[in-house]
Design a protein around this ligand. Structure first.
Ligand SMILES: Cc1cc2nc3c(=O)[nH]c(=O)nc-3n(C[C@H](O)[C@H](O)[C@H](O)COP(=O)(O)OP(=O)(O)OC[C@H]3O[C@@H](n4cnc5c(N)ncnc54)[C@H](O)[C@@H]3O)c2cc1C
Length: 472
């Protein structure tokens, strides 16, 4: 422990009380490794403030003693952005005690939630007033509003509602000098220059500590319809999306699934059944919703899929007859990563390219990876309508047993080069954190890196906010 850390810990204990300062290694231990278990860090203390004022006090102490802080929410991030460095040179700043939903209003369609509020808790609170926060993802039971905002998270409803960037109406945050930015008024229009709120979204804790967020709500879902369709190519899948979008605004989920991913799910995940009577090369899961109880969204989707079948856009389709069938269809999509893990090691790439180019990209990039690295299988699944897929590479039967260790890095660089050449992003949803920082530095245009560094230095000249993350 450095002298600065020891002094900060003592001062924090004195000013904030013992509850806000944890130094027992057993209590800290679960929080110093990233969710995927790939990066192991260390921290001599975990600071757990209970209010915005306490966060400001801690940040002021960190500046005074030159001690870096690593903000952390649910620690479910995919890029190890909330994992402290291994040398113990930073303190963890856990936001989980700040877990109050400060206000919720159906009239203003806004909720103000503190940074440590768990996403599922916000969903429940919104539901109670007949509203919905329209962003969800697999980690909803653990991830926090502060983490979601700091990573500009996406999920399965981005097609209709956008990422966190579209859903955040304002941010309250403690800036690196200990001052508090209050953007919670929820103004629809505010043109007083640079938007600090937008700057803090996706900043991964490098520009300040988010303490509360004003979030946009929409009316609760009155009914949903879930369908599964077989198509012969990703191009046809995108044709189907365009066909549906010109005829209805009800589609909010549209997920692409290749046949080999479906086969892995059927092989490894209990209680799963083929959704259609025959095998197709590609599949699409569609969810349509309505907040109008008079709108028969199931009948509408059925009719549209019938027309798509007549026009030979799709090969076959099935509409879930009830909620349990709808859940069974979603399970086929949601358990792809789990099924891949059961099959063997997988290299995951969360990438985006312009939507119109995605079908071609999936086919070409898979073929190029398989040609360049014989013995692997590459494929993409996920949010086709957002131009964002999980491009996964795994071993075919004839890959060398140590392919992952030997070739993993080269494969990732090869994939990232293909993505960059296609004008895409090597991180669509998950952020840069520490895991993608080297690749970001290698591939980002110099102007972008210059701007990031300049912003970081202007707001955090002492470098106390999550150093070693995001900014190359
Ligand atoms: C099963 C599973 C499914 C997932 N699915 C998706 C998905 O579909 N789409 C998607 O986008 N992500 C997905 N994720 C990733 C993850 O849930 C998101 O990145 C989430 O936003 C992280 O929230 P968290 O509270 O766990 O943040 P953490 O992991 O604790 O932190 C993430 C980053 O935010 C910073 N941070 C956290 N809180 C604050 C704060 N209050 N102020 C400033 N900085 C802060 C941290 O320093 C770190 O850089 C998934 C994760 C899992 C485990």
């Amino acid at each position: 422990m450095t002298d600065g850390e020891a002094q900060l810990i003592e001062a924090a204990r004195e000013r904030l009380g013992p509850r806000a300062v944890v130094t027992d290694p057993h209590e800290i231990e679960p929080w110093v490794t990233d969710w995927r278990g790939r990066v192991h860090g260390a921290a001599p203390a975990l600071l757990a403030p209970g209010s915005t004022e306490e966060v400001a006090e801690i940040v002021r102490l960190a500046a005074e003693h030159r001690v870096p802080l690593v903000p952390q929410g649910g620690n479910t991030g995919m890029a190890a952005g909330a994992t402290p460095p291994a040398d113990g040179s930073a303190l963890l700043l856990s936001m989980r005690r700040m877990n109050r939903v400060r206000s919720l209003s159906a009239d203003s369609r806004l909720a103000v939630a503190e940074a440590g509020v768990i996403l599922a808790t916000l969903h429940e609170a919104a539901h109670e007033i007949g509203m919905r926060f329209p962003l969800t993802l697999g980690a909803r039971g653990s991830c926090t509003i502060g983490g979601l905002t700091s990573t500009n998270a996406g999920g399965t409803q981005v097609l209709k509602f956008g990422t966190m960037r579209s859903l955040v109406a304002g941010v309250e945050a403690v800036l690196p000098d200990g001052s508090v930015h209050n953007g919670l008024s929820g103004l629809k229009k505010d043109n007083r220059g640079y938007s600090l709120d937008q700057l803090l979204i996706g900043a991964e804790g490098t520009l300040g500590v988010i303490t509360a967020v004003a979030l946009r709500l929409v009316p609760a879902v009155a009914a949903r319809a879930v369908a599964w369709a077989g198509v012969d190519s990703p191009e046809r899948a995108l044709d189907l999306l365009r066909f549906l979008e010109t005829r209805t605004s009800a589609v909010e989920g549209f997920e692409l699934v290749p046949e080999d991913s479906l086969q892995l799910v059927l092989k490894h995940v209990p209680d799963t059944r083929p959704p259609l009577g025959a095998e197709y090369d590609w599949h699409v899961l569609i969810e349509a919703t309505t907040s109008d109880s008079q709108h028969d969204v199931g009948a509408e989707l059925e009719e549209l899929l019938g027309a798509a079948l007549d026009q030979k856009i799709i090969e076959d389709a099935v509409l879930a007859a009830n909620e349990s069938q709808a859940e069974a269809l979603w399970k086929l999509r949601d358990t792809i990563s789990e099924a891949e893990r059961a099959e063997g090691q997988t290299l995951a790439h969360d990438i985006s390219v312009p939507v119109a180019q995605m079908p071609r990209f999936i086919l070409d990039a898979s073929a190029e990876v398989e040609r360049r690295f014989p013995g692997v299988i590459a494929s993409g699944f996920g949010h086709l309508g957002d131009g964002n897929i999980h491009f996964h590479v795994r071993a075919a039967g004839h890959a060398a047993p140590d392919w992952y260790e030997r070739e993993g890095e080269d494969i990732t660089r090869f994939v990232d080069d293909l993505v960059t050449a296609a004008g895409g992003s090597i991180s669509a949803e998950h952020g840069i954190g520490q895991l993608k920082r080297a690749e970001f530095a290698r591939l980002a245009p110099p102007g972008r890196i210059h701007a990031l560094r300049a912003i970081k230095h202007a707001l955090d000249p002492l470098g106390i906010m999550n150093p070693g993350k995001l900014v190359p």
